[in-house]
Ligand binder design. Structure first.
Ligand code: UDP
Length: 235
């Protein structure tokens, strides 16, 4: 196996499947099966999940809502997604813990690094909810932060495109994909992998980011087994 401990970042939008809003139970269950496979291989899996399928603070702010209020709503949205994912994983008999950066102690554990690591060592999947717990941040930043804290080998960002391209592949059919690219080249070429706060945090801490298509069955397993899929962003 290429990796021992991974941090998987899933966007909220990915959970929508074919829907326009909310959670598609079919998609959720597909993800749970993919995750189960790698857990059974002994890989330690932590997950950060976004909230964009339910609420984004910037969207609220653009409609006149106070940004901080909106961000609190966004962070709670990630907890809703986290609970849904936890439930789907438990349906697959995968042991999980949800830890949140904002305390909701009746439904989830508060985030405690040492406890998170202990869960991982015991083979439990740990889902981190409520982002960083602070407004004006994204769940990509939360994913990098948690990955560094728990000493993950890499952050695996599941998206609907299968890597980083020189141009937008959804707009230009001739766009070419990078198999590997350095942090510096991503910046020099003006490519977008994550928001800058998340990206520079990852670069400073030499945490590799792998962008891959999570919707293709078996991709997660291939990746952790060392197959070259997606794009690796590294030093
Ligand atoms: N959010 C926040 N602080 C964080 C992480 C998230 O305030 O540390 C809020 C923010 O409003 C964001 C929303 O939660 O828009 C959902 O997160 P994100 O947009 O990153 O989700 P994704 O795009 O991955 O679905």
């Amino acid at each position: 196996m290429q990796y021992k401990r991974i941090l998987l970042k899933l966007s909220g939008e990915a959970l929508m499947g074919e829907r326009q809003y909310g959670i598609d139970p079919k998609r959720l269950s597909e993800y749970a099966k993919e995750i189960k496979e790698v857990v059974e291989k002994g890989i330690e899996v932590a997950i950060v999940i976004g909230g964009g399928n339910i609420f984004r603070g910037v969207a609220g702010a653009s409609n006149g809502m106070d940004r901080v209020q909106g961000d609190h709503m966004g962070m709670l949205a990630t907890c809703i997604n986290g609970l849904a994912l936890q439930s789907a994983l438990e349906d697959e008999n995968v042991h999980t813990r949800l830890q949140t950066a904002l305390e909701i102690k009746e439904v989830a554990e508060p985030y405690i690094k040492r406890k998170a690591i202990r869960h991982l060592e015991k083979g439990r999947v740990v889902i981190f909810g409520a982002g960083t717990g602070n407004p004006y941040f994204t769940t990509d930043t939360a994913a990098v932060l948690r990955a560094i804290e728990i000493s993950a080998d890499a952050i695996l960002k599941g998206t609907r495109v299968d890597g980083v391209y020189n141009e937008d592949p959804e707009k230009n059919k001739n766009a070419t994909k990078f198999d590997t690219i350095s942090f510096k080249d991503v910046i020099n070429k003006g490519l977008k992998v994550m928001d800058m706060t998340a990206f520079t945090l990852s670069e400073e801490n030499k945490l590799p980011i792998i962008i891959f298509d999570m919707n293709k069955t078996g991709n997660l397993m291939k990746l952790v087994s060392g197959e070259k899929i997606g794009t690796i962003v590294d030093v």
